[in-house]
Design a protein around this ligand. Structure first.
Ligand code: FE2
Length: 527
């Protein structure tokens, strides 16, 4: 654990508290009721303890359980493409499927996929999912693992936890992905967390007996039989831990001591990690939250905000779109007009941002600012429609930075706007009393300065100009054929570039490539 370990003081943030709160976003991203991730973490820790683990080893189990879903948006785009935009429902279905039971798998896919789409739509969705399923397995596993391990590293986890989360799609019998790692080669924390993960779903849906039965059934296949046997033997005592009144308190209480403390810098790292998870949700928003934070930071500095407000603004800007995980990608990726019910999901995303961040006192002030990103001074914004008098300077700056950055990015229904068109629209918003004059002026000022930065002299990892072009298209979810057509090259040449790019950047998935491109500023639209 690279995060500081010590006795917690009232003014300090516990790392578990931050990650637990933000894990609520991962719950909704996979269509589970709130606290799914935290219940998994508690079950894993209880199971680990009853399997004889102590201290350091148990801490690794706790944090592996907590970070199991950090890759929850890694292939939202790909899932969305094969499921008619229902990435959340499809992920929710896939996550519990047992490949050792093809009949049950088929029944679940046929009865649950494409619900509400009519007979033809449903058949199409099921057919696409089945056709894609086989080839997507390993690439999904790469994507989940690359994102999860990257996030685990960013929030300060030990090497053991970072390595454990890369094995979350592996199985005890060696038929998992992406490396078919088997048996004792699987790290102990993930062997435990994977049992807790499936047990939690079965328990939540069908109760203790069903959970015990599913773990027993999958022992020796998906799960380490020895740990599965501990689980089955101790199941009642283990479930007692998640059936009490307050899961939140139990979750915090069960963290092995000494508790991990997040320094100020670490809190910012955690915010950055979840900003990246939020931005990965749709290929249209890659780099969005990080870009908004960069503009908001510079605008806050230009306006000489007090340091405490600047810190608040930075975290709120990074986390303002975490609530996007609550809506399926058919909403975010829709090229046409949104229906009233889809609009409702859009309006609710800031509610979810507020709900998630408010879970912990350490982020409560940031929650209020982040959730106000779409409020307007005339009271016609969402989700609270608060009047301008209640919006402080950080909220006003965030609203302006978010609006400007979003306009400079392409969206499914329009191309990216150039700087002067975006500035003109923002000026109109000021004139109509919707955005703050001072905040908009500062945002336009700093965004202009950022875009006149000196040209880059070399690409990272020796990437060529052409490879960067391919990488950008790849990160945005284009297929090999689409990349070839966009660049006027043959699919074979495009494939050749993709292989070289993966090798150079040491990633194996579209999501991993997207993270790399974001981290190195290769997708920047503003500065
Ligand atoms: Fe945003």
């Amino acid at each position: 654990m690279r995060a500081t370990l010590s006795a917690v003081k009232a003014s300090e943030a516990r790392l578990a508290e931050l990650l637990g709160a933000l894990s609520l976003a991962c719950d909704v991203a996979i269509g589970f009721p709130p606290e799914k991730v935290m219940r998994t973490c508690v079950l894993a820790t209880e199971l680990g303890r009853r399997h004889g683990l102590e201290a350091e080893a148990l801490r690794d189990v706790y944090y592996t359980g907590l970070l199991t879903y950090a890759g929850c948006t890694a292939f939202a785009h790909e899932i969305s493409r094969v499921s008619g935009g229902d990435d959340i429902a499809t992920l929710n279905l896939m996550i519990f499927l047992d490949p050792d039971d093809p009949l049950e798998m088929m029944r679940a896919i046929v009865t649950r996929l494409g619900a509400g789409r009519g007979f033809r739509g449903r058949i199409g969705t099921v057919a696409r999912a089945l056709a894609a399923g086989k080839s997507m397995g390993p690439s999904h596993a790469y994507a989940i693992c690359e994102v999860a391990t990257s996030m685990a590293g960013l929030v300060g986890m030990s090497r053991n936890v970072c390595d454990a989360v890369t094995q979350m799609c592996e199985r005890w019998d060696g038929t998992g992905a992406p490396h078919a790692t088997a048996g004792e080669a699987l790290l102990l924390p993930i062997r435990i967390a994977n049992i807790a993960h499936i047990a939690e779903i079965a328990h939540h849906r069908h109760g203790r007996a069903a959970a015990r039965a599913v773990i027993e059934k999958r022992a020796g296949g998906q799960f380490d039989p020895s740990i599965a046997s501990t689980f089955v033997r101790e199941a009642d005592a283990i479930f007692d831990a998640v059936e009490g009144e307050s899961l939140w308190e139990r979750f915090l209480e069960i963290e092995p001591r000494p508790h991990a403390i997040a320094t100020e810098a670490r809190v910012d790292d955690v915010a950055l990690a979840f900003a990246q998870i939020a931005d990965l949700k749709s290929v249209w928003t890659l780099g969005h939250s990080v870009g908004v934070a960069r503009i908001a930071d510079a605008a806050g500095e230009a306006l000489r905000l007090p340091e405490a407000e600047r810190k608040l603004l930075h975290r709120a800007a990074l986390l303002h779109d975490i609530g996007r995980l609550s809506a399926p990608n058919r909403v975010w990726d829709k090229p046409g007009k949104l229906s009233p019910s889809e609009w409702e999901l859009v309006r609710l995303h800031t509610y979810w941002t507020e709900r998630v961040l408010s879970q912990t006192a350490f982020l409560r002030d940031a929650a209020a600012v982040a959730a106000a990103a779409h409020e307007r001074l005339d009271g016609a914004g969402y989700h609270r429609a608060v009047p301008g008098g209640l919006l402080g300077r950080p909220a006003r700056i965030l609203a302006a930075a978010d609006a400007y950055h979003a306009m400079r990015e392409a969206r499914p229904h329009r191309p990216a706007l150039d700087a002067s068109a975006a500035a003109e629209i923002l000026a109109g918003e000021v004139a109509s009393g919707r955005l703050d004059r001072e905040a908009v002026a500062a945002v336009l000022d700093v965004a202009g300065a950022a875009s006149s930065r000196p040209a880059r002299v070399a690409w990272p990892r020796g990437l060529t100009d052409r490879e960067v072009e391919v990488l950008r298209l790849l990160a945005r979810g284009n297929s090999t054929k689409e990349i070839a057509s966009a660049l006027g090259i043959s699919p074979r040449t495009a494939q050749h570039h993709i292989i070289h790019i993966y090798r150079k950047i040491d990633r194996n998935s579209r999501a991993g490539a997207a993270l790399f491109a974001t981290e190195h500023g290769l997708l920047d639209v503003v500065g």
